[in-house]
Design a protein around this ligand. Sequence first.
Ligand SMILES: [Zn+2]
Length: 542
Amino acid sequence: MQQLSRPIYLACAFVLFQICSTQANAAGVDLLIRQARVIDGTGSPWFLSDVAVDDGKIVALGAHLDIEADQVVQAAGRVLTPGFIDVHTHVESSDRRDGLQRLPRADNYMLDGVTTIVTGNCGGSEIDVAAWRDSLDNLGINVATLIGHNSVRRSVMGLDDRAPTADEMEKMQVVVEQAMRDGAVGLSTGLLYVPGTYANTEEVIKLAKVASRYGGVYASHMREQGAKLHDSIDETVRIGREAKMPVQISHLKVKGPTRWGSIGSALELIESYRREGVDVVVDAYPYERASSNLGLNMPRWSVAGGADQIAARIEDTDTHARIVGEMKEMLAANGYTDYSFAAVAQYKPQPSYNGRTISEINRLTERPASIDNEIVTILDMMVEGGAAGNSQGASMVYHYMSMDDVDTIYRYPNTAVASDGTINEFGRGHPHPRSYGTNAKVFADFVRERHVLTLEDAVRRMTSLPARTFSFQDRGIIRPGFVADLVLFDPETVTDKATFSEPHQYTEGFDYVIVNGVVTVADGELTDNRPGQFVSNIGAKQ
Ligand SMILES: [Zn+2]
């Protein structure tokens, strides 16, 4: 041991005496990164170190490692961080041209430094997790999934606006249990969306308890993120508390100009629950616009059932009037005077609408600008295909939030960085830029330009914080024995290129991305390596 430097010795003493001492004395690890400013993911300040990787794991750290390697990368002062763990994605797209099965290298995430994603959020997931897991092939990045309440409910009781029977409840529990056995990392809900919105709190608790037995997380797109935001936080915490599981509040926000500036009180409420001992954390994407479906503008009762039932309600004179009345109330309550905050990302029946706001589309149809006419435009679009939902009908980008609130959320120490994005076919449609640029935007805008976060704290929110919540116990920190998911970059130059007007642009500046010890991006270019795996929350299961 004498020839080992002190950091190596400590690393060895800490975890892996056997491996480190062997590696340090013998020639030949797979990869050696020299002289990086290592930001280890814990929030600790950077330190200069070499990092040795072998057989998929980090095997040694030290200021001057005396190790031979098959491949040596000179970091030359660039920062080396754990690969980013994005716990909020939607990559199980039912659209045959998008999603992980069609685009398994996940170029947009890879080039944004992401090495592990969690999908199945907001209540929407594959039901048969084993079949989905087995169907995944040639993955570039690691993927985990939640089991989604909306998908489970839909599979058992359709899109009905009612409570489940005892038999249906039991069937849903069986589906959740099987998904957890097959490797799901927890239960997600989307209590704003059909059909999850028709579930009461008790229904969700019963299902969460099943996921809890298998070490799962409860991740929730909450019931309401405007006037009832605090009630929604209370409900979310209650579910986690009664089911005894960690709570991840998804994409925290407060919607509508009338409420901008008030997110601090929601964070105080969350923090008060933490003081009581509830394990609740948050994720958020670094943009002031959200993305969702078109039907979100309509009252919840009016979007029950399938597209035909929605169309029938819109076309019925009395019901139509009730829908229009409630839509006006919703608009006013959120502080909007028209629908210019709502832009089409992708509208299958009429692609020329892509990128335009509802107000602009209304003018295109040569109707005078008025709230009534804009509502007619929305309802027409719903009837003509928009009711089919996000991937099949209409996906939208909504200017719901203020950047000040987003900054406040990001300053909260327990907020993880997550994209809420997907894997789009490059160049198609007009998606939210978050799928391409989330992590780079945090470094370029929140760290470098506006100093909202320090570099080390930003990295922590992309790595060890999400890894901890989801029990990825050997990822998210640069430490011997941990999986070698790594990113090398210059924090002075890394830049998100994707914008709302030109979203299909890859991030530039994540020079090296390493997944499970294998180089997937070298000198800023994608390699052909596909080392990604289906991952679960190792060690959390009973
Ligand atoms: Zn959501």
